[in-house]
Design a protein around this ligand. Structure first.
Ligand code: SF4
Ligand code: SF4
Length: 344
């Protein structure tokens, strides 16, 4: 194989007989997750091999059954795609082509997916989800084999990503706008990340995480700022991990742009994002990167005015602060100089 998975004993391919589509199923990702990512919709419930809702007929290959739902007879023809895997390099499934015409039953957009094995049933996602799509199922095995883990009703899930950004254990992933997709996008803005550059802070590089409502207005911004836009479904999906990654890569500033309070398409994504930005400011202060390098901006429906003002203020602030210290050679960073003083 040329895809780099040859050293991974848990990875395999899943092929769909009706379309000939073939997808890699890497370690740590379920067949169900991979199928949803690629537009196939399968009814599922517990995500833990207990209910059997997602049982799917296989035509070739040898499943590694990991569920407790199917009888020995059923296992001759079916596997549960939420937990079961393949013993061989490939398994072929008997699924219809992706259906685009089933309306709300088949969400085209992203949906949340729980890795029950690392869910601690903390209720954070249940509280965060304003649609009631996240619940705790006492019959699902969570972390350490303890009963109780979150499940997502994919028919109700709007894909706002609020739960994924809020989950303290990283148990929730999204089928689109995945963590790795967003991080790759941010990495792409900073091809020289990790290598000291000659930035003097006079030309600040600012990453703007925008909800899909705000992104068009922000894209129209014309100014003397190097603005790098990440278009997200909702600011509720903006995980602190993404903000930290932007700073680690070398962004001089980060701005999160969402709708005004009460105007969020997903109900409260912008409010949660604002709380997260506040926590981020404390964290930045704590690590000596200056809280003023990050801020949240709420845009009204009818214009980018507040963004222009906030972006100019942020740029002016950054010019005063200087470049992100992580862009500087290590011996020039403020904390290094302080350390030297203590030693002397
Ligand atoms: S927030 Fe994460 S750990 Fe907590 S219940 Fe939801 S999925 Fe589980
Ligand atoms: S993605 Fe949004 S709608 Fe779906 S479960 Fe998470 S919080 Fe609820």
């Amino acid at each position: 194989m040329a895809n780099g998975m040859e050293n991974d004993p848990e990875s395999f391919k899943v092929k769909i007989a009706s379309t000939g589509d073939s997808f890699d199923v890497p370690a740590g990702k379920s067949i169900l997750h991979v199928l949803i990512e690629n537009g196939y919709r399968i009814k599922s419930d517990c995500s833990n091999g207990r209910c059997g809702t997602c049982k799917t007929r296989y035509l070739e290959g040898q499943p590694d059954h990991k569920d407790t739902a199917l009888s020995p007879e059923e296992r001759g023809d079916y596997l549960t795609v939420c937990v079961s895997r393949s013993k061989g390099a490939e398994i072929v499934l008997d699924l219809p082509p992706p259906q685009k015409s089933l309306g709300a039953y088949v969400p085209d957009g992203p949906v949340a997916v729980v890795e029950a094995a690392i869910c601690v049933a903390c209720l954070t996602c249940v509280r965060a989800c304003t649609y009631g799509a996240a619940t705790i199922d006492g019959d699902v095995t969570g972390v350490g084999g303890i009963m109780g883990a979150a499940v997502i009703d994919v028919m109700t899930c709007t894909g706002c990503g609020l739960c994924a950004a809020a989950c303290p254990t990283g148990a929730i992933g999204m089928t689109k706008f995945t963590d790795s997709e967003v991080i790759s996008l941010v990495d792409g803005f900073f091809p020289t990340a990790g290598k000291p550059d000659k930035s003097n802070g006079l030309d600040p590089e600012i990453v703007a995480f925008c909800c899909s409502n705000s992104a068009p207005a922000v894209a129209e911004f014309k100014g003397d700022i190097d603005l790098k836009i990440v278009d997200m479904p909702c600011t509720g999906r903006v995980d602190n991990l993404f903000l930290m990654k932007a700073f680690e890569d070398g962004a001089d500033g980060v701005v999160v742009v969402g709708c005004e309070p009460g105007q969020c398409y997903y109900s409260a994504g912008n409010i949660n994002a604002e709380k997260r930005v506040r926590r981020m400011r404390n964290w930045l202060e704590g690590v000596g990167l200056d809280a003023d390098r990050v801020r949240m901006v709420h845009l009204p429906d009818d214009g980018a005015g507040p963004f222009k003002q906030a972006a100019q203020e942020l740029a002016a602030e950054i010019r005063g602060l200087g470049p992100n210290p992580l862009r500087l050679p290590i011996e020039s960073r403020p904390h290094h100089a302080a350390k030297q003083e203590v030693r002397e």
